[in-house]
Design a protein around this ligand. Structure first.
Ligand code: EZ4
Ligand code: CO
Length: 405
């Protein structure tokens, strides 16, 4: 079997997705997700100009060798663009192998370790009451874990909260230049402990709650927040601080027993190696699209397992359903899987482009038994929604200083 062609599609059913199709000489093809939010065309060009010519004629069954060829074989290793390109090819090759074997990918990864994939939903509200009302609806639907984010009084927009955009799918989409948001740590500190105190009071042990700080705090501030939230038994506190310097987490860890989650922007095992082997985090949030595909994620998960770190893959709407499906195959077959972020299956236009049979039941995903990854990509529907340049917001302090978004 040989790789005959590789096609790259950029479509925007409300936000941009970069999709890769690896076509073989035997008619079987595989799909992968290469979306890097706000930098989509850089990955598309990397794939078309620099990956496609090197892979035509190769055996698509040699997944590990092709992964190493694109990683170790290239002088410029790592980085989000390179790793998303590798990821998309890797997912597509697992998809092909599954289709040839007539097995879902999770069977190739070792088979099921659990009956379904436990999710956490998002409750994003304008006030604490709004947020908890949304959380209640998810609890009634059977969700066992929910992320709580609330707008901060006195700040125009806050990470995670919808403002005038009511569909989370659209939250960061289709803004032709980066919009600006405000940030104030003192205002945030006035609000967040109250949010979790009220959640605990209202729901007791009916669900577990988590929260995404989105890297806005310094390490000592994160340590303080973790301490303040200890009475409420969070599932985890996510991205409490940036970790370009992984030592930041030593400081946070030494001050708080609130479980810590990190890593949605990580690209390889090297980004999280120190955090994992020093047991400074509890959940590693790497995503298949941004961390080298199924092959990259397996390397991270197996390393994490020996240090009691569990996986909690990123599940934002800027990862396509192909990535979500890849996560489902990993999650169901990885012993040290923890929890999967879930924001729904996308808007109507997206669901017409990406078709799959994953089922949501009681806050869990029942993984499809379709061969391969189990996602179909409708090229005609995709062509109806052209690429639109769009960006995530940037964040500034109230005096105008640029801050972490
Ligand atoms: O802001 O994926 O945990 N989820 C997140 C996401 C990220 C977006 C950025 O594109 O932090 O909502
Ligand atoms: Co996050």
């Amino acid at each position: 079997m040989k790789i005959e062609d590789i096609k790259v599609y950029v479509t925007n059913p409300g936000r941009n997705f970069v999709t890769v199709k690896v076509i073989t000489d035997e008619g079987v093809y595989g799909l992968g997700d290469a979306t890097v939010n706000g930098r989509e065309m850089a990955v598309a060009s990397y794939l078309e100009e620099h990956v496609r010519p090197c892979l035509i004629g190769r055996d698509p069954h040699q997944i590990e060798d092709i992964w190493q060829y694109l990683y170790m074989g290239v002088y410029w290793r790592r980085g989000p663009i390179t790793m998303a390109a590798i990821a998309a090819i890797d997912m597509a090759l697992w998809d092909i192998k599954g289709k040839v074997a007539n097995l879902p990918v999770y069977q190739l990864l070792g088979g099921k370790c659990r009956t379904g994939v436990t999710l956490y939903a998002h409750a994003n509200g304008e006030t604490i009451e709004d947020t908890l009302d949304i959380a209640e609806k998810y609890i009634e639907q059977g969700f066992k874990a929910i992320r709580l984010q609330t707008a901060i009084p006195g700040l125009s927009e806050t990470y995670g909260v919808l403002g005038d955009r009511k569909d989370y799918f659209e939250l960061q989409g289709n803004r032709p230049l980066p919009p600006e948001q405000e940030w104030s740590t003192p205002k945030y500190f006035e609000l967040v402990p109250e949010l979790f105190a009220k959640a605990k009071e209202r729901f007791g042990n009916r669900a577990q709650f988590c929260h995404d700080v989105h890297s806005r705090l310094t390490p000592i501030e994160s340590a303080k927040l973790g301490k303040m939230l200890e009475p409420y038994n969070l599932l985890f506190l996510e991205d409490a601080s940036i970790a370009e310097n992984q030592d930041n987490y030593k400081l946070i860890r030494h001050h708080t027993t609130t479980p810590l989650a990190l890593g949605e922007t990580y690209n390889t095992i090297w980004d999280c190696k120190d955090l994992i082997q020093n047991q400074l985090i509890d959940y590693i949030r790497a995503a298949a699209t941004h961390a080298g595909g199924i092959t990259g994620m397996k390397k991270i998960a197996d390393f994490a397992a020996i240090y009691n770190v569990r996986t909690a893959p990123h599940g934002a709407p800027d990862l396509s359903p192909i990535c979500f499906a890849a996560h489902m195959h990993l999650n169901i077959s990885t012993h040290n899987y923890g929890v999967q972020e879930f924001v729904g299956f996308g808007n109507e236009a997206s669901q017409k482009i990406f078709k799959h049979e994953m089922k949501l039941e009681n806050g869990m995903i029942m993984v499809s038994d379709a061969p391969g990854l189990g996602v179909e990509f409708d090229e005609e529907e995709a062509a109806k929604h052209e690429y639109k340049r769009s960006y995530l917001p940037v964040s500034r302090l109230e005096d105008g200083t640029l801050w972490h978004w």
